[in-house]
Design a protein around this ligand. Structure first.
Ligand code: UGB
Length: 602
């Protein structure tokens, strides 16, 4: 009370609110006026920010926290009353068949009416990489980082979509990146120092999510920062923030007014994602899904204790009869199954994998119904709390906070909402980079490592298999161990998204009979490169401008590029190589650059 005169009237209101919320411990320790007054004012500036960034303000935050903490203390399962079942509907979309090609075409048509949203507020502590994760090379043959790959993929989609609709000028596909205090400036720097990887700066918009207040106990007392007694401790609220941020930024309305129809959400390190996007968007459009979740098959039965939870999806039926297609956290799935006539929990079926598919966390939302829903909710997503308890007394080991996930969006939708999914083969659609070498090496053989090593190898495997499906003869992969992880090493095939996005496009780039040996590397950086009766046994790199039409054929043999194991603990080696446990030794290659328009054969 003695300090009240230091504050502005609106800060006094905030102080009163904190008292009503029983948060007086936050300033009980404050010294007499005249001592550290500036820091006292700064404290209220932070309170004002925390209050304005949460829908309903701090009063709602504390109220929600109390309820969720009470449920958690009681051990209440949020899925009580639901009966889980494996989702029904279409089976796995099979790459390259007629159905797949039809969906890809439909998706390409729709792409010009889409906006893309990347959630990249996390720092990737689990990966042990000190930079932002989107700066990490997706593969080291070309060194293309994830952000570049994503931007070039969106630009290629934009171009293909406008070509298909024979539009006179290309519609620019908006690209939003949700960042946080941890990632905002580094993401901006990465974009600016690389000329936005070819995208117009006006096409890219960075949003920033704020952290939320930490909670010290079951009464939702806000936690003070252990290093600063004039600051409330904060932690990330989760990727679910993306919905309220998109809504409050006004972008959804702008997109709607501009006639856009789809919003696609995706995560920071999946180098395969855009191979699945055209078909998945085609599924959304054809089936008129309001929400389409991308799923992968061959989900491991149970992650190791050391690894974080992943998600799965299923149809869930409430006893009252409501059917909900929803993602369920792995740690909630097992108890849920056990309580519902599956005494062994989530176990593998005859395929050797869990019958429940995994969640890639790529969502496609139809913009119209999405806006209507957000007008009601403001983008608030059902939250959860995950306190780590000391013992049976249920006091906390350390402070906790409320969290939310973007994939929980459908939870509040009315039963009439069309929520569906697109199931793809893992090899085509999902290879995230999340785990550091030590943790990945603990994953049992045959399961997904989700490391930089497996992420890179998955790109070569997918590209090789795509070429194989299109008729190219490829030698079988060989197993190799890097960073303690056994991976299949396929020919190191890479191409720019502009070379090929869909299966039909790739077929149009191949002629005659082509073959590639296992030890080969092929990097295609150009739009009009055609492979004709090519027999490659070594390394081939082609760079060409749009106007150059290059036909590559005949026998190309050289010493090539080999993969050399490195020690991930050797701090003298760059981190982005150490995370994958190998580097590329460029011994000999055929490299050609075409910087002038014309037709070329070699
Ligand atoms: N992210 C943010 O933008 N803000 C945040 O506050 C937190 C994260 P993680 P997670 O792919 O297998 C997700 O940490 O949370 C961004 C799904 O929830 O990589 O463990 C962050 O930058 C889970 O259902 O993943 O689990 C990154 O781009 C499952 O699908 C993204 O959010 C799992 O991914 C995901 O953050 C998976």
């Amino acid at each position: 009370v003695k300090n009240l005169h230091l504050l502005h009237p609106d800060q006094i209101e905030l102080a009163k609110m904190l008292l009503v919320l029983r948060q007086s411990h936050l300033f009980q320790h404050w010294p007499e006026p005249g001592v550290e007054d500036k820091r006292k004012k700064a404290f209220f500036a932070q309170v004002a920010k925390l209050n304005s960034c949460y829908p309903g303000g701090l009063a709602s935050y504390v109220k929600n926290a109390k309820e969720l903490l009470a449920d958690s203390k009681e051990g209440k399962n949020p899925y009580d009353g639901f009966t889980p079942s494996v989702p029904t509907g279409d089976k796995v979309l099979s790459f390259g068949d007629d159905n797949f090609i039809r969906f890809e075409e439909a998706g390409i048509k729709e792409a010009q009416d889409a906006a893309f949203v990347l959630v990249a507020g996390g720092l990737g502590e689990r990966l042990g990489y000190n930079e932002i994760k989107v700066a990490l090379p997706a593969e080291t043959t070309t060194g293309t980082c994830f952000l570049q790959l994503y931007i070039e993929s969106i630009l290629a989609l934009q171009e293909a979509s406008s070509r298909l609709s024979q539009g006179t000028c290309q519609k620019e596909i908006p690209f939003v990146i949700m960042t946080s205090d941890d990632s905002y400036s580094r993401t901006m720097n990465l974009l600016e120092s690389n000329s936005y990887f070819g995208m117009k700066p006006t096409q890219v918009k960075l949003l920033k999510q704020e952290k939320v207040a930490c909670l010290d106990d079951n009464d939702a007392r806000l936690a003070l920062d252990p290093h600063d007694k004039y600051k409330i401790q904060t932690k990330p609220h989760g990727h679910g923030d993306v919905h309220s941020l998109l809504y409050s930024s006004g972008l959804l309305k702008i997109w709607h007014d501009a006639g856009l129809r789809w919003v696609l959400f995706f995560q920071d390190t999946n180098g395969l994602l855009f191979k699945a996007i055209p078909a998945a968007l085609g599924v959304s459009a054809t089936k008129q899904y309001h929400v389409n979740c991308l799923l992968f098959n061959e989900k491991q039965k149970k992650p190791l204790e050391e690894l974080p939870d992943s998600l799965t999806v299923m149809d869930m039926k409430l006893t009252s009869g409501r059917l909900m297609v929803i993602n369920v956290e792995y740690n909630q799935l097992d108890p849920l199954l056990r309580a519902n006539a599956h005494p062994d929990g989530d176990v593998n079926c005859e395929t050797g994998y869990s019958p429940f598919p995994g969640n890639i966390n790529q969502l496609i939302l139809e913009l119209g119904p999405y806006i209507e829903e957000l007008k009601k909710t403001g983008g608030a997503i059902e939250e959860f709390v995950n306190p780590k308890y000391k013992d049976a007394s249920k006091t906390f080991k350390s402070s906790t906070r409320l969290e939310c996930m973007m994939q929980d969006y459908p939870k509040t939708l009315p039963p009439s909402a069309k929520v569906g999914f697109t199931l793809m083969g893992t090899w085509l659609a999902y290879a995230p980079v999340k785990n550091n070498p030590e943790d990945a090496a603990k994953v049992s053989k045959g399961n997904h490592y989700h490391s930089a090593t497996s992420g890179e190898m998955a790109i070569y495997r997918a590209n090789s298999r795509i070429l194989q499906k299109a008729g190219v003869k490829l030698e079988d992969p060989v197993p190799q161990v890097f960073n303690g992880q056994e991976v299949e090493v396929w020919p190191r095939v890479t191409w720019k998204p502009i070379w090929r996005l869909t299966f039909s496009e790739i077929k149009s780039k191949l002629r005659g009979s082509c073959s590639i040996s296992q030890r080969s590397t092929m990097a295609l950086k150009g739009r009009n490169i055609f492979l004709e009766d090519l027999s490659l046994d070594g390394a081939l790199a082609i760079n060409s401008i749009d106007g150059a039409k290059v036909k590559v054929g005949g026998l190309i043999r050289n010493k090539g590029w080999s993969l050399e194991s490195i020690d991930h603990k050797d701090s003298g080696i760059p981190e982005e190589l150490r995370t994958r446990g190998f580097r590329i030794n460029k011994i000999e290659q055929l490299e050609k650059t075409y910087s002038e328009a014309g037709e070329f054969n070699f």
